[in-house]
Write a protein of this length. Sequence first.
Length: 345
Amino acid sequence: MSIAPPFPLSFQNPVYPAYFADPFCFYHDGTYYAVGTGKDEADACPITGNVVPMITSKDLHNWNWHNRVLIPPPEEKSGPFWAPEIATDGQRFYLYYSPGGTKKGFHLRVAVADHPLGPYHDTGKPLTNLAATPFAIDAHAFQDDDGQWYMFYAADFLDILPGPPPTFRGTALVVDRMSSMTSLEGNPRTVMRAHHAWQLFQKDRDMYGQIADWYTLEGPTVLKREGKYYLFYSGGCFQNDTYGVDYLIADHPLGPWHEPAPHDLHDRGPQVIRTIPGKILGPGHNSIVTAQDGHDYICYHAWNHSLEDRELWIDPLLWTPTGPVVERFAAYIHQKNEESRNNSR
């Protein structure tokens, strides 16, 4: 894999020092747009009018508040609205999101607009079936080179598989073909189940009538580089220092997906972004935007010092012969991996 030229951009983070979790950034016609989970959307606080905050920028550094851009469907107004993302087919714009207003659970929906600024109107029907999948979040639409679209998202798994490697009970990643921009084929395939200790969300969590350890993989985002597909995901608990970003590789969007790093580490940890004590806490749930300079930039959230807001951070994503690297974290991750190797000998 070739190494990109030096990055012309460096960032004074956070680039948007206000609550803006689960950021999704994209570029269109001279402007960068970002949507995310606002504080009210995260906590299901009452909102009068639209939901889903949007900010805009001309340079990725300076961001300005635009508005809330999604007109909420009446049946979802009482609940939270998580992890919005936007895709375009070149004609219209599609906002995918995870509402939890129904008593049956979280699911995926899509709203449509003629302009990236919206407003976005819900299509009136869910993308996922609550009876078959009572918890579905973090929709990410990816278009392959042949024009086919795929939907990656997170769903719950209640079984424990012996492996190898053993897989844990919890939220994990799936992919489904999209039959249109507003519908799925309905045949999701497992991308990856949680199987590392660092992916623990909570011990002895009461879920689905059973108390057991719960693990989480979420926030998938996919891109293709030099013939390979890369899926970046977040794992652990977003509320604390276990949260971080790792990645998978495949030869096709439907997989099989695999981890590029060794499996024999005592405590493998996330390989792209993670907490650095005293510097950054709980970073994750990223998107990746290719800027006008041709480089990739990773957009993610991290907690502020008071643990009240998840703020928007952006860093260059460097492609090296050993995989994608974020320089802000590279030295610390290397150090922790070396410590893990030494401890496991």
